[in-house]
Design a binder for this molecule. Structure first.
Ligand code: C2E
Ligand code: MG
Ligand code: MG
Length: 632
């Protein structure tokens, strides 16, 4: 190696190591390209260097991305391409890109292919050129072009070092792009976890995070803030009238309309089905009410969907930190509860009335624990039999849920169910009960005891779009005859949303499931309405039954209920039958069935057959397909 060669190898080596440092430091792709070019020129002493990316346009342009050194407008002239068929496609960059191999122009003055650039290059003191391909993610995406001021530069040793540098550069570009893709993927996953894809709005999870943050801030500064929960009224009906596709579109329009009614710092989230939430940055009940009025006003204008003008109404519940709760869950629960009150108010919104009473706090805590209890299978299925009064044979049982609470012991859920109904929790609870009931039915059938089991279902369940499908799914999971499943809905639940309930009950009834109205006499259902409902039985509330032996009034109510039911071809169950006397009275009034402590208190479902064997009560015959009507 002569000394000139040594000098050249040395400068290539310097370029390579400067390039390595650049690679480690560069924060972005553009910076990397610029730093590499600068290393080639400033550290290694070449006259000019640039990086071009191959474009996939019709002209196969090579777009200069970065350069360093004495350029003086060289790259702004009609540029190179990697299209072989044109003259300008045969330079160093074009060749390197096309062939994927280094391309050397030994002498700018004599190389015939360099003609298009000769004059401009000579003027700038470029004597020889090296084009190095940049292989990015498996394909040649561009070239690094280096100009030396002496002809015949770039011998083998130098070429190898510079090629290595170009490979490093290409690797760096790939790595940076991968990093960006990863970041994008992470961002997308983050979005998916925290945003609802349909509306593009933050979801419940994100709302909870924001609430946690807001609570921490408010505690630090001793401030209050309102949380609003908004539920669209009768969205189910809209859903059914328009079909899901159009209803989804409608939901997509409602979001922006709400957002427009809100200020920038007011945080809007979509928390499921037909519910939104708004977190205000600060303020009291009046600020909450003001936001509610703005929102309701924004919904005044009808929406256009499927060529129709649709009126969308909403009910808004408001809860305040710290007055109504000091953690995200209790605030959401209370705003949700207030929203249910708002459904019955003319203004369309309601502020939660209660303070943080100890009783309420206790119940809220129970609801929180119930959630876990459902998951941890702490619930137990109890059941209580019903008997035909005329024949004295067993004709069914009612599933009643019990909770073996780790601290409070065995408990009924009456008070918790009320709150569970105001929150979404009633859904998993009901599915747990139906699933367990069908499992129990299956076990009984295996043991040769076919007896229908009734489950209690809430109004909120009947409003779920997928309720019927899930019941169907559970029935087919256990292969149970639908006639063995009965559904009880309380009269008051029915009257909460009669139209919605009618639809769901009709579908369940059409599947062969018997429907009963529970606690009859405590709600205010109209006769005309009863006639339209697909109902098979009325269960007279125990408050009337209990007293028929002693109170003439109660006896009259029960008597007229029975007559009314029979006129409508409904069967009547008396519940709360505690003794022989009540049983006999009911028999005299023509009541069809009885349930109560006179037969037995509710007992663990798996002990039912054993109890029956030891009891004087005989099983009635269940006829498949007879919709569960046992005959004596
Ligand atoms: P319900 O559906 O009217 O259930 C009958 C209730 O009366 C049961 O109370 C039962 O133990 C009680 N009972 C039965 N016979 C007698 C009697 O002779 N005398 C007296 N004094 N009481 C009797 P329980 O199990 O405490 O359930 C209370 C309510 O909680 C149920 O009233 C029902 O509305 C609700 N519930 C129970 N389990 C579920 C469930 O799985 N889902 C839903 N949504 N509600 C449920
Ligand atoms: Mg019941
Ligand atoms: Mg009842």
């Amino acid at each position: 190696m002569d000394s000139a060669e040594l000098v050249r190898v040395n400068r290539a080596l310097m370029a390579l190591s400067a390039g390595n440092r650049t690679l480690l430091r560069a924060g972005g792709e553009q910076e990397l390209l610029e730093e590499m070019c600068r290393a080639v020129v400033e550290v290694a002493g070449y006259r000019m260097a640039w990086v071009g990316y191959a474009q996939h346009d019709a002209e196969k342009t090579i777009r200069p991305m970065a350069y360093a050194g004495f350029e003086s407008g060289f790259l702004q002239r009609p540029g190179a391409t990697w299209d072989e068929s044109t003259e300008r496609g045969r330079g160093a960059s074009g060749n390197a890109i096309r062939t994927g191999k280094p391309f050397i122009v030994r002498d700018v003055q004599t190389d015939p292919y360099f003609a298009p650039w000769r004059e401009a290059a000579t003027k700038r003191g470029y004597a020889s050129v090296l084009g190095l391909p940049l292989r990015i993610d498996g394909e040649v995406g561009g070239a690094l072009v280096i100009y030396a001021q002496e002809p015949d530069a770039f011998d083998q040793a130098e070429l190898e070092l510079l090629s290595e540098m170009a490979d490093d550069l290409a690797y760096g570009i790939s790595a940076l792009r991968t990093r960006i893709r990863q970041r994008e993927a992470e961002e997308k996953i983050r979005r998916m976890a925290f945003y609802n894809p349909l509306t593009g709005l933050p979801n419940r999870l994100m709302l909870r995070q924001r609430l946690e943050q807001a609570i921490a801030d408010a505690k630090r500064n001793n401030r209050s803030f309102p949380l609003l929960v908004l539920d669209l009224d009768r969205f189910r009906e809209i859903n059914e009238a328009l079909g899901y596709v159009q209803a989804d579109k409608l939901l997509q329009e409602i979001g922006p309309r709400l957002a427009k009614a809100l200020a920038e710092q007011e945080f809007l989230a979509y928390i499921g089905e037909d519910a939104f939430a708004v977190l205000l940055p600060g303020g009291d009940a009046e600020h909450g009410a003001d936001a509610a009025r703005r929102i309701l006003k924004a919904l005044d204008q009808p929406f256009e969907a499927a060529g129709l003008l649709i009126d969308v109404r909403a009910s808004i519940g408001i809860a305040l930190f710290p007055g109504h709760g000091a953690d995200p869950d209790s605030l959401i629960l209370r705003a949700d509860a207030a929203m249910y009150q708002a459904k019955h108010s003319s203004s369309g919104y309601a502020v939660h009335p209660g303070g943080k009473s100890r009783e309420h706090a206790r119940r809220l805590a129970l609801v929180g624990e119930l959630h876990r209890a459902i998951q941890d299978n702490e619930l137990l299925l109890y059941c209580q039999p019903k008997a035909h009064i005329r024949t004295g044979t067993l004709c069914g049982a009612e599933a009643l849920v019990r909770w073996r609470h780790p601290r409070h012991g065995m408990m009924a859920l009456t008070e918790v169910i009320q709150i569970a109904e105001q929150t979404g929790l009633i859904r998993p609870l009901t599915y747990w009960v139906i699933g367990s009931a069908l499992r129990q039915c299956h076990a009984w059938c295996e043991a040769g005891c076919e007896i229908p089991l009734a489950v209690n279902v809430s109004a909120r369940n009947l409003r779920e779009p997928l309720f019927v499908d899930r019941v169907k799914g559970l029935l087919s999971t256990w292969g149970t005859d639908p006639g063995l499943l009965q559904i009880e809905v309380t009269e008051s639940a029915l009257m909460e949303d009669p139209a919605g309930a009618l639809e769901t009950l009709t579908r369940l009834h059409a599947m062969g499931i018997e429907i009963g109205i529970d606690d009859f006499g405590t709600g205010y259902s109209s006769l005309s309405y009863l006639k339209r409902l697909p109902v098979d039985t009325l269960k007279v509330d125990q408050s009337f039954v209990r007293d028929i032996a002693v109170d003439a009034n109660s006896a009259t109510i029960v008597q007229s209920t029975i007559d009314l039911a029979h006129d409508l071809s409904l069967k009547v169950v008396g519940e709360g039958v505690e003794n022989r006397e009540i049983w006999d009275r009911l028999a005299a009034l023509g009541c069809d069935m009885a349930q109560g402590h006179y037969l037995t208190e509710p007992l663990p479902a798996e002990e039912f057959t054993e109890w029956q064997r030891r009891s004087p009560w005989r099983l009635g015959r269940y006829e498949t397909g007879s919709s569960g009507r046992a005959s004596g």
